[in-house]
Design a protein around this ligand. Sequence first.
Ligand code: NAG
Ligand code: NAG
Ligand code: NAG
Ligand code: NAG
Ligand code: NAG
Length: 253
Amino acid sequence: MIPIIRKQNMPSGAIFSLLLALTIHQTLTADVPPTVVTPETSSPPASPATPGPPERGSYNVTNATDAVCLLARMGLQLKISFISSSSGKTVQEVLNLHPNLVKFSGSCDPDSATLILTEDNITLTFSFSLNSTSNKYHLSGLELSAALPDMTKRIVFRNTSLNYMVGTLGHSYMCQKEKTLSITQDFSLNTFQLQVQPFGVNGDFGAAEECELDEDDMLIPIIVGAALAVLVLIVILAYLIGRNRSHAGYQTI
Ligand SMILES: *[C@@H]1O[C@H](CO)[C@@H](O)[C@H](O)[C@H]1NC(C)=O
Ligand SMILES: *[C@@H]1O[C@H](CO)[C@@H](O)[C@H](O)[C@H]1NC(C)=O
Ligand SMILES: *[C@@H]1O[C@H](CO)[C@@H](O)[C@H](O)[C@H]1NC(C)=O
Ligand SMILES: *[C@@H]1O[C@H](CO)[C@@H](O)[C@H](O)[C@H]1NC(C)=O
Ligand SMILES: *[C@@H]1O[C@H](CO)[C@@H](O)[C@H](O)[C@H]1NC(C)=O
């Protein structure tokens, strides 16, 4: 009698824990994606027609001896506010840079590097700095000069105290996800599929250091997996405790 009861208990307990794990997994995976997607779906607050994501461009700067000294691959989108000359009101405009229309240049020095992108009447200048003590680099400055048809005059947005795209010398900085860099009150830059290396380039990109956004992407499956493992463990423990009790019960009889 006793072994039969135990054999019946075992599979039903295992099936129960499997079903529980499956339903929990489904609710968890159903819950997680919307929280990741929300920034995109909740983004349009009365702003004018947004262009789609920008095309990814490849911009390389070479030094005096024709060696590549700065590598950049990215899609760029500008979001600017200015006073419209036609309506007299402040308007917001979102513009994509078009890699096939962009002319690029720049310079490389031991502890500073620049990348200058020009499309029509728009010029965007990236300034990178290297701290030779810590061997860390970062995007320290960004300047946008734009003269759009609806502007009363050419507008310049500049911030020289930024701390974006922090990377280690010899490595590249990578951010696959869309990232918004706030530059001034009236100007922010959205980057897409970005990989840059402003210093220590040796022919091609060094090993990539990923931004927090990309790391978060990998973190979610890890958290879900860990939560599942804990739940399965609890179910197994509950089953074992229950089995021990019933087993003990039979033995006392
Ligand atoms: C250009 O870059 C190469 C490779 O990094 C370096 O060996 C060379 O000295 C640089 N030339 C100048 C003029 O800085
Ligand atoms: C460079 O890094 C060192 C060490 O992290 C730090 O003490 C120093 O202030 C940094 N220098 C600059 C100019 O940021
Ligand atoms: C560039 O600026 C000139 C003069 O301000 C203007 O006539 C022209 O339409 C502008 N081009 C674009 C593409 O905005
Ligand atoms: C420049 O950027 C820093 C850091 O994002 C910010 O605190 C500062 O207000 C900005 N300066 C201007 C002039 O917008
Ligand atoms: C820039 O460098 C990368 C990597 O070396 C290369 O694949 C790409 O074709 C280069 N692009 C340009 C425009 O030189």
